[in-house]
Design a protein around this ligand. Structure first.
Ligand code: ZN
Length: 153
């Protein structure tokens, strides 16, 4: 399909603080939005993007920590987490800053995929961090809320 870049909103926009609604059935419109989110994230050199960041309050996430292996999550839920990691985190909606954030080392999510099928996936390290960071966006939470320390990049 044809992908289009969308505008990423910043933390000055109150939309980022709102709770997103569950995605409906996987329609072509939802798939188009997911594709647009992927294009937008790649253009911004990010590893994750949540729909609220493009101004759409739906529970949709795109993550790509491994090149050319995008993960699309519709209505993702964390069903298991273990361990702990502390490391740097940034956000496309908070340009020019980064922070140290404590997250679980291992996270399992349950979600619906772009193909409409339910699946579970376990991520460790950066992927676990991305799951947590992006799912937080769906509940209006930003990493700056829980960062141990912040710095300008
Ligand atoms: Zn973010």
């Amino acid at each position: 399909s044809c992908m289009a870049k969308r505008k990423i909103i910043t933390d000055k926009d109150p939309t980022l603080r709102q709770t997103s609604r569950p995605g409906e059935r996987v329609t072509p419109r939802i798939q188009q939005l997911l594709d647009d989110m992927l294009e937008t994230m790649r253009a911004a050199d990010g590893v994750g993007l949540a729909a609220p960041q493009v101004g759409v309050l739906r529970r949709l996430v795109v993550i790509e920590v491994e090149e050319d292996h995008p993960i699309f999550l519709i209505n993702p839920e964390i069903i298991y987490e273990a361990g702990e990691q502390e490391g740097p985190e940034g956000c496309l909606s908070i340009p020019g800053r980064s922070g140290i954030v404590r997250r679980p080392m291992k996270v399992t999510v349950r979600a619906t995929g772009r193909d409409g099928k339910a699946f579970e996936m376990t991520g460790e390290g950066l992927l676990a961090r991305a799951f947590c960071h992006e799912i937080d966006h769906l509940d209006g939470k930003l990493y700056t809320d829980i960062a141990i320390s912040m710095e300008d990049k």
